[in-house]
Design a binder for this molecule. Structure first.
Ligand code: NAD
Ligand code: ISE
Length: 309
């Protein structure tokens, strides 16, 4: 296999890998060394026992080289398929752009390698189905999708109350997904495939049932947002048993990153606490700092999901 050994200069933001010898580490290859990919490398190298990142790949080869330079023994492979086929790679993280996921996840299943795939699993229904069918045909669980909300302490507490049955059966779920802004390459379709997918996953997980019907409403557009983006969106999901889930997606709301969740049940409600880490009372006002984006809001959840994988 062709590989390019890289400079050992560690760029800003790329962690130093522990150099102490490890016993029987899982050797991980990572495809897509962008924002979350780099953060996952930090998690795997600094926070996850028994894991080692040994190879990386990215179409932006300069970026991949820069990231590999910060790893104790990581290298850049000639391409993503070479990384998946590499005998020194036991398992793969796919953190490249959504439309690339299907090809890489299918290749991992074909190679018999477990894969942690960032959401979305794929960007079309047919592509997702092909992956599910390939995994079923392989008769083994190979794929975990990066739905980190399932590992978030506040969502887990919400689910524990739902599961306890304490306040009756669920009737309605309210889900609010507000992003301060989104990157320039973000498209209208991504409001569903990149953002609302988290709310769809949470609905299925909280209710423990499938979604039977979906309606997407496009209200008056946010004038301050990104050009033609349908922003905000209101999505109505209907579960098999008739629970209604409303999802507000806002992708340019500017005031901060604000994730909301509430379940209305027969004799009470349960909600995520208001998304501020601390409450400040000052100058005749009460409030607090909001997270600026998903990275700090779900930091603990990302750590926990990778450890679990
Ligand atoms: P990013 O643009 O910072 O990084 C993506 C990287 O993928 C880039 O370096 C790009 O060069 C690389 N890439 C593109 N096409 C490729 C290909 N064919 N082969 C190899 N590399 C390729 O984006 P990001 O924010 O890090 O997002 C990456 C993925 O992670 C997306 O699927 C996104 O939805 C997901 N994500 C999930 C969360 C979450 O909360 N779970 C948060 C952010 C991003
Ligand atoms: C991003 O890719 C994520 O997954 C974040 O969790 C989400 O809030 C954001 O909308 C996506 O673009």
């Amino acid at each position: 296999m062709t590989s390019a050994t890289t400079s050992r200069t560690r760029p800003a933001g790329v962690p130093a890998q522990r150099s102490s010898p490890k016993v029987a580490s899982l050797r991980i290859g990572l495809i897509g060394t962008g924002r979350i990919g780099t953060d996952h490398i930090r998690r795997l190298t600094e926070l996850t026992a028994g894991a080692e990142v040994v190879a990386v790949s990215d179409v932006d080869t300069d970026r991949a080289r820069e990231v590999a330079g910060g790893l104790a023994s990581g290298r850049v492979t000639a391409g993503a398929h070479e990384l998946i086929a590499d005998d020194d790679v036991d398992a793969v993280v796919v953190s490249s752009w959504g439309p690339t996921h299907e090809e890489y996840v299918l290749a991992c299943i074909a190679a018999g390698k477990p894969v942690f795939c960032e959401k979305p699993l794929a960007t079309t229904q047919d592509a997702c189905r092909r992956i599910v069918e390939a995994e079923v045909a392989a008769a083994r669980r190979y794929v975990q999708v990066g739905y980190m909300r399932r590992y978030d302490p506040s969502y887990r507490t919400l689910k524990a109350v739902v599961d306890s049955g304490e306040i009756g059966a669920p009737l309605l779920v309210h889900s609010g997904h507000r992003n301060a802004s989104v990157p320039g390459h973000y498209t209208g379709a991504m409001t569903i495939t990149d953002t609302a997918v988290h709310d769809f996953d949470v609905a299925r997980w909280l209710l423990d049932e499938e979604i039977a019907a979906v309606t997407v409403l496009t209200p008056k557009r946010n004038r301050g947002g990104g050009g033609d983006l349908p922003d905000p969106l209101l999505i109505l999901l209907e579960s098999e048993s008739g629970v209604l889930v409303d999802v507000e997606v806002s992708v340019n709301i500017r005031y901060g990153y604000d994730i909301r969740g509430a379940v209305v049940r027969e004799t009470g409600t349960v909600s995520l606490a208001d998304g501020v880490p601390v409450v400040v009372r000052s100058g005749g006002r009460v409030g607090g700092p909001l997270h600026k984006d998903w990275q700090p809001r779900f930091a603990e959840a990302y750590d926990a999901e990778l450890r679990d994988w």
